[in-house]
Structures are given as C-alpha cells and as structure tokens.
Design a protein around this ligand. Sequence first.
Ligand SMILES: [Zn+2]
Length: 203
Amino acid sequence: MKAIRHFCTITKHKIIVMRECFKVGLYRQGLLHDLSKYSLTEFRVGCKYYQGTRSPNNAEREDKGYSSAWLHHKGRNKHHYEYWIDYSLDGERLLAGMKMPVRYVVEMFLDRIAASKVYKGNAYKDSDPLEYYENGKAGELMHPETRALLERLLHMLAKYGEERTYRYIRREVLKRKRVSFRLRPLKRLNRKRPAGSFRVVKL
Ligand SMILES: [Zn+2]
C-alpha cells in the first residue's frame, strides 16, 4: 500500500537527519525536521503520487502544474532556502533570498547528507553530497553567504569526512560552547587553599 511505503520513506529520512543533527548538537531541529510531511496536506499528496524513485512533489507538479505539498512544506520548514525568499529591500529585484541563520544552513547540509545516504545505501561516500549539489545547483535565490557556507561544508565533508566537518560545525559554525569541566588537585598551584580543594579547569 502506497501510504505505508510513503510513511516508511519519510520516516527513514527523518531518522537519518535526526541522527546527524544530534551529532552536531541540534537536538530540537533534529526532532522537528520535516514534521509537516506528516500533516494531512502533505501526507495525502505523498501517498497519491508515491513512486518510490523520486519525490512525489515532482509528480504532483507535472500533474497539476504546481505542487501544493511543496508550497505547504517550504513555507513551514526553515532549513529550505526557499522559506527565506522575501521581498528585497534594494529595490532592484522583487524577490530575493534572505541570509539564513547558520543553524538552518547546517540542517540543510545534513538534510542533503541524509538524502544521499538513502539514495546510495552502502555505496555512500563523503563526496556524494557535493557531487549531487554540483549536478543540480540550487537557484539564484539562495543568499550568497548562505550558499558560501553550504559549499564550504560540502567541500569539507568531501575532503576531510564527517568527524572533522561535524567538529568544525560544532565549534566554529554553531559556536557551541560545550563546556566540560575537569577537577584537578591544586597542590602547588595555590598553597593557601586548604588541602583537598580543587581548581576547575575549562577544557
Ligand atoms: Zn524538508
């Protein structure tokens, strides 16, 4: 039955994105990612146009001339750059991509990794998300700084792998100050303190 298969497809993707989000400390976004796909508006279309090999939104678009599910989706999920398209203030263009908060750029990056992992299965390589991006570059409506960060992360992943890229995301992009403390006996550092007292060392 199409409904069950569609449910499994979106849930599988959601679980992978959640796992990747947790690795960089984006717990809330990991839990809420793509939740609107379970709403009636989007789920119904997903079932009706389920094909298994491509997004049902494309099939709906070909059928109706637009995709109601996608319009609903992109208006509710901040990790899509299309969410951030607004009227430009510079007066030249009517619509323009606004700069996305970095935590959503990271979610967009992880979303692409998850999609590549599902698509490639065991054959997945760290260079796949970059390759996929270069084969179908996102439109002009992505803000240049948002695009630059996404591309930097994709190149970093292809070159250095997940561990180093995720560490960079946690420390430099999201500036997570995951402070861990270690207690170290003072001994010679401060003789005035009573024996057995500790100095907290920030790692
Ligand atoms: Zn989404």
